[in-house]
Write a protein that binds this ligand. Structure first.
Ligand code: MLC
Length: 474
């Protein structure tokens, strides 16, 4: 892998990365008349923050890539948002802004990142923003489910599947089919899937912006706790969800409970990509800027068939294929060259398959990998008698676990399960966290020596996969 992180010949850097997430107010009953948060307003905020990081303004942009939203449901999302935000100028002086909308479901942000990189490399653009926003956290349960289910009910009908073969909630039931198959074929255990939530929840407890931390911030004051001399720099912002809590969570499908579902949220994120030629001209190119060094994508059918015998590994291999292509395009890298993994985890089975596909565990070994990582965490917490409601003890077992780059280097923000999941936005959160890690700005959750990151987004029920590999430029 030596030399691949030079930023050449793929000369595109990520110079801005900003995100926001909120649980949203359920617009039911008397609040029915209230407007849900505007995706345009949210995009405006994160766009401004991401541009500011690079000392740029909207006038520097010559491209915009967006993904659709469930709440906005706009025609030509990128054009819509560019128009609504006034990015085309005042009409007297039209601006050349190339807009693209990409729909690969939850894989959208990673597909959009790769498209923005391609627009810079192949079309000669210089500075492209990637944006995503949604407000599914503010939807009532009925509105969200009718929209989400409708997609797959319609598909079932189109494919001539018997009435009722796609059950509500359609998305968790689709992932349950894959879960059952993986449990049967590879001895994956239910408890191992539940451990995924607990591990991610632990990471989310170290991130001040995760929904989990936002919800329980009132419980204690991490700043005050951190002033105690026995505490290290790392601190908790919330207590984490224990395995027992996941096990007693309300069942949604036979193999998925509420805490094992992507956590509905409102939110937005923005990335600013620029050519290093442009950055050198503006005098802002500096070693250490995250650059895109590889990418790959692959697609399969949108929903698993009812008959488990027809769900073959070949049909649902999009993640594996996208990973293989991404590693190859980054100069034949492999898992041991990567320090941070931003893996899509809308349900634990998605994470298990990604862990195997990226090479952190052999095929069929994802469950065991989770079990080992979970055991490491529990042992360290027990050793420190740590109740995760105070700062982390200096020189303690938990601190040394966090200093070990091999400890669960996945979704240090908490993933869809614990950070928050505004429909097609959350793979952006994986990328923003990767950028924070590569910049060394992940504070109490920083992976030591993080120089390369892999981000993966999944769309549909394991149907569309997009993977990008980022590295710090030298
Ligand atoms: C929900 N809650 C969680 C949680 N999920 N808390 C912690 N961790 C989680 N993972 C909390 C909520 O905040 C809420 O708290 C309470 O549990 C009830 O959740 P709800 O969503 O309001 O309940 P309900 O409306 O009854 O719906 C339950 C559900 C729904 C399971 C049907 O949550 C659901 O469909 N979730 C999956 C979302 C989904 O499918 N996303 C797309 C993933 S697929 P409080 O305090 O507010 O009551 C994908 C690929 C792609 O990403 O292409 O899109």
């Amino acid at each position: 892998a030596a030399g691949v992180a030079s930023g050449l010949p793929r000369q595109v850097a990520i110079v801005g990365a900003a995100s926001m997430v909120k649980s949203g107010r359920k617009l039911t009953g008397s609040s029915k008349q209230r407007e849900p948060p505007s995706t345009t307003a949210m995009i405006g905020k994160v766009l401004h923050r991401a541009l500011q990081q690079a000392n740029l303004t909207v006038r520097d942009l010559d491209g915009l890539v967006a993904v659709p939203s469930l709440q906005g449901d706009h025609f030509m999302e990128a054009h819509y948002q560019a128009t609504a935000l006034g990015l085309f100028g005042n009409g007297h002086e039209p601006r050349a802004l190339r807009c693209r909308t990409l729909d690969t479901g939850g894989a959208g942000p990673v597909s959009a990142l790769l498209e923005a990189e391609r627009m810079i490399q192949a079309e000669g653009l210089e500075c492209v923003a990637v944006v995503a926003a949604d407000a599914v956290g503010s939807m009532s349960s009925e509105t969200f489910l009718s929209k989400a289910d409708d997609i797959f009910f319609k598909l079932g009908k189109t494919l001539g599947q018997p009435e009722g073969s796609v059950k509500s909630p359609a998305i968790p039931h689709g992932y349950d089919r894959i879960t059952q198959l993986q449990m049967k074929n590879y001895d994956l255990k239910r408890i191992q899937l539940q451990m995924a939530v607990s591990l991610e929840s632990y990471h989310a407890s170290l991130h001040p912006d995760s929904l989990q931390s936002q919800k329980s911030n009132a419980a204690f004051d991490p700043v005050k706790d951190n002033q105690q001399s026995t505490q290290s720099q790392s601190r908790y912002y919330s207590s984490y969800t224990t395995l027992e809590q996941v096990q007693s969570s309300t069942p949604v499908t036979p193999n998925i409970s509420l805490l094992e579902c992507a956590r509905r949220a409102d939110g937005a994120a923005c990335l600013i990509l620029a050519s290093n030629r442009f950055l050198q001209r503006r005098n802002v190119w500096a070693p250490g800027i995250p650059v895109v060094i590889g990418g790959g994508a692959f697609s399969g059918p949108l929903y698993p068939p009812q008959n488990p015998d027809l769900i073959t590994d070949v049909m649902y291999a999009s993640c594996q294929q996208a990973m293989t292509r991404a590693y190859a395009s980054a100069g034949n890298l492999c898992a041991k060259d990567i320090h941070f993994f931003g893996l899509y985890d809308c349900f634990p089975i998605c994470l298990v398959r990604a862990i195997e596909a990226c090479g952190l565990a052999p095929i069929g070994g994802g469950g065991k990998y989770l079990e080992i990582q979970h055991q490491r965490l529990v042992t360290a917490l027990e050793s420190d008698s740590d109740d995760t409601t105070a700062g982390i003890r200096k020189g303690g077992a938990v601190e040394s676990l966090l200093m070990d780059p091999s400890f669960f280097p996945i979704n240090t923000h908490g993933g869809l399960l614990c950070f928050g999941a505004p429909w097609e936005v959350p793979a952006m959160f994986n990328i923003v966290e990767a950028v924070d890690q590569l910049r060394g700005q992940a504070r109490g959750r920083q992976i030591q020596g993080c120089r390369r990151a892999l981000v993966f987004g999944n769309g549909g029920v394991l149907s569309a996969s997009a993977v990008a590999i980022l590295a710090t430029s030298s």
